[in-house]
Design a protein. Structure first.
Length: 302
C-alpha cells in the first residue's frame, strides 16, 4: 500500500501539501498548484484506492488515510507544510493536524460532512445540486476518476466519510485555518461552513461567488490568492476572524483561459498518457501525462 505524490514548482522553505476528496485524484489540483509555488514546491497526493493507486486489501478509515499523509510528510522531510484538504480530504487533514500541533497552517476547502446530513441519499442530492454549477471540465474529471476508483471501493469508503465526526477534530486544531466554500456548494452549505469556522480556535472563512464544490479548479487563481495570503499571515500574527467573507465574482478559470488548438491537442494527449499509465500501473507514465496536460491547460502569467 502506498501514496502517489505528484510535485511541481521550485525548491523553497515551505511546501504546500494537497489532499483530494473521495474517489478523485490530484488532477483536481492541477490548476491550483502552479499558483501556489510562492514558498516552495507543491505536492499533491493520490490516496490508496483512488486515481489508479491499487486498492488495499481492507477498507481504510479516515484515520488510516490521515496516517498515510503523515507518513508522506515524514518521508519527504517536510517542515511545517501548508496543508490543503478538499471535501473528504478536509476530514483527512483535520484528523492529521489535530494530532500534529507543529503544523501551523491549514486550508479546508468544501469541508464535509454536516453532522445532520450523514445519510447517503442526502449527500447524493447535495452532490447533484452542486454538480449542476460545475464546469464541464470538472464533470469529465469526476466521471473518469470515479471509473478508475471503481464503484465497489467508492461505496466501501463512503460510509467512513459519512460517519467521520470532523466537528470533534476541529476544536483540537492549533493551526491557523482558512475555510473556503463555493457559493453553490450544496455539499458544504453556508451554515455548516460558518459552524466549521466557529469550531476552529483560529480561522478565517471565505465564500467564492459563482463557484461550486470544486472551487479550487474552476476558480484556481482566487483560491490560490487566499491560500498564499493566509500562509503569509500565519507566519506573522494570525487574526482569528471566523465571520464569512465573500469574494466578488470573477471569471472561472476555464472561462478566462483561451487555449490554442495545439494546446488542446497536447492536453488531450497528456490525459491519454495518464490513462494508459493508470491501466498499466505505471506511475512514471501517470506523472508524465499529468504534467503534460497541466502545462498545456494552464500556465500562470509571470
Amino acid at each position: 500500500m502506498y501514496v502517489r505524490v505528484n510535485s511541481v514548482g521550485t525548491d523553497g522553505t515551505r511546501p504546500f501539501l494537497l489532499v483530494p476528496g473521495i474517489g478523485v485524484s490530484s488532477t483536481y489540483f492541477e490548476k491550483l498548484a502552479p499558483y501556489l509555488n510562492e514558498f516552495g514546491p507543491v505536492h499533491a497526493v493520490d490516496l490508496p484506492g483512488f486515481a489508479g493507486v491499487p486498492h488495499p486489501d481492507h477498507t481504510l478509515s479516515i484515520r488510516d488515510y490521515a496516517d498515510l499523509v503523515g507518513q508522506v510528510i515524514d518521508e519527504l522531510d517536510l517542515v511545517d507544510p501548508i496543508i490543503i484538504g478538499h471535501s473528504m480530504g478536509s476530514q483527512v487533514v483535520s484528523d492529521l493536524v489535530s494530532r500534529r500541533p507543529e503544523i501551523s497552517t491549514l486550508v479546508l476547502i468544501g469541508p464535509v460532512v454536516h453532522p445532520t446530513e450523514r445519510r447517503v441519499i442526502t449527500q447524493a442530492r447535495r452532490f447533484l445540486q452542486a454538480s449542476w454549477h460545475e464546469p464541464n471540465t470538472v464533470k469529465v474529471l469526476a466521471i473518469s476518476a470515479y471509473l478508475f476508483c471503481g464503484f465497489r471501493w467508492f461505496f466501501r469508503v463512503l460510509p467512513k466519510m459519512l460517519s467521520f465526526p470532523i466537528e470533534d477534530r476541529l476544536p483540537r486544531i492549533r493551526a491557523h485555518t482558512l475555510v473556503i466554500r463555493g457559493e453553490f456548494d450544496a455539499v458544504a452549505p453556508r451554515e455548516w461552513v460558518e459552524q466549521v469556522g466557529e469550531l476552529l480556535p483560529s480561522s478565517k472563512t471565505w465564500e467564492i461567488t459563482g463557484a461550486a464544490h470544486s472551487v479550487m479548479y474552476a476558480h484556481a487563481e482566487t483560491v490560490a490568492r487566499l491560500c498564499v495570503e493566509h500562509a503569509r499571515e500565519s507566519e506573522q500574527a494570525p487574526v482569528d476572524d471566523s465571520r464569512l467573507h465573500v469574494a466578488p465574482e470573477t471569471p472561472a478559470t476555464d472561462e478566462a483561459a483561451e487555449h490554442t488548438p495545439a494546446e488542446i491537442v497536447t492536453a488531450i494527449g497528456g490525459r491519454i498518457l495518464e490513462t494508459a499509465g493508470v491501466l498499466q500501473d505505471d506511475d512514471e507514465k501517470i506523472a508524465e501525462g499529468k504534467t503534460i496536460a497541466a502545462r498545456a491547460i494552464d500556465q500562470p502569467e509571470d
